[in-house]
Design a protein around this ligand. Structure first.
Ligand SMILES: *Cc1c(COP(=O)(O)O)cnc(C)c1O
Length: 488
């Protein structure tokens, strides 16, 4: 393991200062007059004493230890780690947006309301739905909102028996988790040898207790469900609704729309497709769009046009209620809106074109070395299997670590579950051919190394700030803050 640089406390020198303040120019008062005795600190705080330069170097060093899209290629499948244009950030901190208070009366926030309204119109256009709520803060949150809307719809029709949700095996893990949270039961939809939903098997499990089918298209295998219209018809005929997991719209923009495929509800991850930063649990956005018949159940308030201006509409008696304080993560919405406006309709379509091109280019390079279980034209991502490498002693997880040593963020591993030793790779449209070639080169190099000396690969990474961690210990006994006694 590479020795980490000295920590702040270890660099501390008694009496060293990182600041110089002007002398006090108001009469000083005795502490007792300012603060009751019992609230006063008895012993001085044990803070490190350093120069300003040392502190800057320390934090700048820390900021480069983690991997980010601004530092390198990040082909984390299903996560769409595309470049986040910096102009998004500039728009979000414009004083007219940043200094608004969410409780301000609506006549003083017309610009913000207009932006939210326009954002909704753009999402409607992009997805073919009829209305959107911008409140949900993430994809999983959007799923929960969408399923609650679907459940409210069935109940309002007196249809109480619908408590089953169909989900294909390749689904993102949040889908079954969401279903459980709404108190429904998950019914697995089998796939066929092409990696697509098996229509016959689907029809066999559809009955009058189906609430919805949750699907993403293209699937997490990066494959387009060609029979989506027949699938939609079968579900609708049984009285069920179709939920579209639109976390990744990166292959679809300007080409296909969930609304046209027959879906009734869709959530988007604006922190994936629409380029707002994500990772580490920071703020995101998971707007939910619905078809006409589901509008009455959307969270309040909706934002409506009123004369020349815009207003909040709380008049939705059947609404499932609020799902986020105020109107969602406004700053994130500004960033996504800026991205859409900068790209324009043609630009978004080009992004999808390039995302699919990049994925197919990389897939064709890598299938020479790695097993490709579903060898068809892919959409925004593809899934390799490291089962051959596993037999030689090093699997998908080891390949991921070896990539870190070569300066790349690993792909998603061990997901989707239907592929053994899965490596799920999504290059996105913002990467150059040189980057893709370099990544393919690194992957080939790793395969070669596994052939020659798998033992070496299973103990990596060797060149990262910390080496291979004990993942079980990290999950069971996480050490989340530094303390003097407990050093890694
Ligand atoms: C990322 C993702 C989600 C979950 O989104 P979060 O914002 O992480 O909650 C759901 N479905 C798919 C297909 C995803 O890729």
């Amino acid at each position: 393991m590479r020795k980490s640089k000295a920590l702040l406390f270890e660099m501390s020198h008694a009496g060293r200062q990182g600041y110089s303040l002007p002398s006090c120019d108001v009469p000083e008062k005795p502490v007792d007059e300012l603060l009751p005795r019992k609230l006063q600190r008895c012993e001085p705080l044990d803070l490190p004493e350093l120069s300003e330069g040392e502190i800057i170097r320390h934090y700048t060093g820390l900021s480069t230890r983690n991997f980010g899209v601004d530092t390198g290629f990040y082909p984390l499948g299903s996560c769409t780690m595309k470049y986040n244009p910096k102009i998004n950030e500039e728009a979000a901190v414009l004083p007219g947006f940043a200094y608004l208070h969410p409780c301000q009366p609506e006549e003083t926030t017309q610009g913000a309301l207009e932006l939210l309204y326009n954002m909704e119109q753009d999402l409607i256009e992009l997805t073919g739905m009829d209305r959107f709520t911008l409140q949900p803060a993430a994809g999983a949150h959007g799923e929960l909102t969408g399923l609650m809307v679907i459940q409210a719809y069935h109940r309002q029709r007196g249809d109480y028996k619908r408590n089953k949700v169909l989900i294909p095996l390749s689904a993102h893990g949040t889908n079954p988790a969401t279903v459980s949270m709404t108190g429904c039961e998950v019914i697995q939809v089998p796939g066929d040898e092409r990696g697509l939903v098996d229509l016959k098997a689907l029809k066999a499990v559809i009955d009058g207790t189906i609430s919805a089918l949750m699907l993403t298209n293209p699937s997490t295998l990066g494959l387009f469900e060609e029979e989506i219209e027949a699938i939609a018809k079968a579900v609708h005929e049984a009285g069920g609704l179709l939920y579209y997991d639109g976390a990744n719209m990166n292959a679809n923009m300007g080409y296909t729309r969930p609304g046209d495929m027959g879906f009734d509800v869709v959530h988007l991850n604006i922190h994936k497709t629409l380029s707002t930063p994500h990772g580490g649990g920071g703020p995101g956005g998971g707007p939910v769009g619905v078809k006409e018949c589901l509008i009455p159940f959307l969270p309040v308030p909706l934002i409506d046009k009123k004369g020349e201006g815009f207003c909040f509409n709380y008049d939705l008696p059947e609404s499932i209620g609020k799902v986020h304080s105020f109107y969602g993560n406004f700053g994130v919405i500004i960033k996504a809106y800026t991205y859409m406006r900068m790209m324009g309709a043609e630009g978004l379509k080009q992004a999808s074109t390039d995302a699919v091109l990049n994925a197919n280019y990389l897939m064709n390079l890598l299938k020479k070395t790695y097993h490709l279980p579903y060898d068809r034209t892919c959409k925004h991502e593809f899934v390799l299997s490291a089962r051959r490498e596993k037999k030689k002693g090093a699997g998908a997880g080891d390949i991921a670590k070896a990539l870190l040593d070569r300066g790349f963020h690993p792909p998603t591993v061990y997901f989707p579950l239907i592929v053994e030793e899965a490596l799920m790779i999504e290059p996105t449209e913002t990467e150059t051919k040189e980057t893709l070639d370099a990544f393919a080169g690194a992957m080939e190099d790793i395969a070669k190394e596994i052939n020659e000396d798998a033992e070496k690969v299973i103990h990596g990474p060797y060149h990262t700030v910390v080496g291979r961690l004990d993942e079980v210990r990290a999950a069971r006994n996480p050490i989340l803050r530094w303390n003097k006694e407990q050093q890694l």
